[in-house]
Design a protein around this ligand. Structure first.
Ligand SMILES: [Zn+2]
Length: 91
């Protein structure tokens, strides 16, 4: 892509132009979105309902890496807990 301020060619994922220091707003927003944490409600739901956690993991994989990781991890541990509870109760 090209810097809208100075016109030099810069990396597509740059948050700042390396030539003039201008902030690339669209990329800054994308970074912020990627770093947003998963809400408490969705964290709990991902844990109780592992399929939801796995769904959110795939759903946010591209746009929000942090949420995706948290949801996937919680879904995994939620699933693990269910297996353990199942084994304890029924075996
Ligand atoms: Zn520039």
């Amino acid at each position: 892509m090209y810097c809208s301020h100075c016109g030099n060619e810069i990396d597509d994922r740059s948050a700042v132009c390396i030539y003039c220091g201008e902030t690339i707003l669209a990329n800054v927003k994308a970074y912020k979105r990627a770093a947003e944490p998963l809400s408490l409600l969705l964290s709990i739901l991902s844990f109780i309902l592992p399929p939801l956690g796995f769904f959110l993991y795939i759903y946010w994989r591209e746009s929000s890496l942090r949420k995706s990781d948290t949801a996937g991890l919680l879904g995994f541990f939620g699933f693990l807990m269910m297996v353990i509870i199942y084994l304890v109760v029924f075996c």
